[in-house]
Design a protein around this ligand. Structure first.
Ligand SMILES: [Zn+2]
Length: 300
């Protein structure tokens, strides 16, 4: 029996459309560049916010994006370093991490806590009315506490403290480069239980369609003639500015004969217990490799 299947891979840029009303920008800096975006893959987890580029230096004013109150203060050697959490009147929480300095009001609380505990580490949970903030109020100065390399880590969370894509919640940045599909590869799938183990679910003789990353794939590829179960992978690169920091595509969709069979949209990061959902993608040296092995299987 001969069957034909048309596989379509759709990508959307890293930046979704901005909301109609824009809150205060969290960083007093003219340029708005990202070094990481939402749900970028890190070892064993996803990146829960945006990393704003701070020109490889520290000391830029970090400010509250809306009226609210400070719900949490952290000062730790690792993790988010010096960080402030603001519960806004919208109900969302915004997080400002890796600060070099706290504002005087916040530092007074930190110093008092250290005086009581005698320890550097501070983990304060505050109540409404203790430390109110207004939109635009300085929370501290940007830095690199708890991490390597100066930048501002910024998060937006919903009322259940689930991270949201800040780009979709009023913090969009210019994005002039569309994502590129740099390769599409068909992999014969071997039968047997080993198929289910990550990294061992493709055959030894993949049929690759690869082009230069500078231009991306053409809209239509040559017809492949394939017999037996097959999985597909795609290499994808995404930047949104001239600095070329690699970012995550906001939306990836695979369609089979026009019907969606795989869709990943980085709108919200669901947290299961204390662990992030498991990762399905593998990283290749030249690009990000997405392997659609759960949903795209043809049997002819
Ligand atoms: Zn970050």
């Amino acid at each position: 029996m001969v069957a034909r299947a048309l596989l379509t891979l759709i990508l959307l840029a890293a930046t979704p459309a901005a909301t109609a009303t824009s809150p205060v920008w969290p960083l007093a800096l003219d340029t708005r560049y990202l070094t990481s975006n939402f749900m970028e893959r890190r070892p064993g987890r996803y990146h829960a916010g945006l990393d704003f580029k701070t020109n490889s230096s520290t000391g830029y004013v970090v400010r509250a994006v809306e009226d609210g109150w400070i719900s949490r203060i952290r000062a730790e050697a690792g993790a988010y370093g010096r960080a402030v959490y603001v519960r806004g009147i919208s109900g969302r929480t915004t997080v400002y991490a890796h600060l070099a300095y706290f504002s005087d009001r916040i530092r007074a609380r930190v110093d008092a806590d250290r005086g009581r505990s005698g320890r550097y580490r501070v983990r304060l949970e505050l109540q409404p009315g203790e430390l109110s903030v207004t939109a635009g109020e300085t929370l501290g100065l940007s830095g690199q506490s708890g991490t390597n390399g100066p930048h501002l880590h910024f998060e937006v969370r919903d009322e259940q403290q689930r991270p949201l894509d800040p780009l979709a919640w009023g913090f969009a940045v210019p994005d002039t480069f569309p994502p590129l599909i740099t390769s599409v590869t068909a992999h014969p799938v071997r039968p047997g239980p080993r198929n289910e183990r990550r990294g061992q679910d493709v055959g030894a003789d993949p049929v690759a369609r690869t082009v230069k990353a500078a231009t991306g794939l053409a809209g239509t590829l040559d017809t492949l003639r394939i017999a037996g179960p097959v999985a597909f992978s795609a290499g994808i690169t995404e930047y949104n500015d001239v600095h070329g920091h690699r970012l995550e595509p906001w939306l990836i969709e695979v369609r089979l004969d026009g019907e969606p069979v795989y869709r990943r949209c980085n709108e919200i990061l669901y947290v299961i217990g204390s662990r992030y959902i498991s990762l399905q993608e593998n990283r290749a040296s030249s690009c990000v490799l997405y392997l659609f092995h759960h949903c795209v299987t043809f049997v002819f």
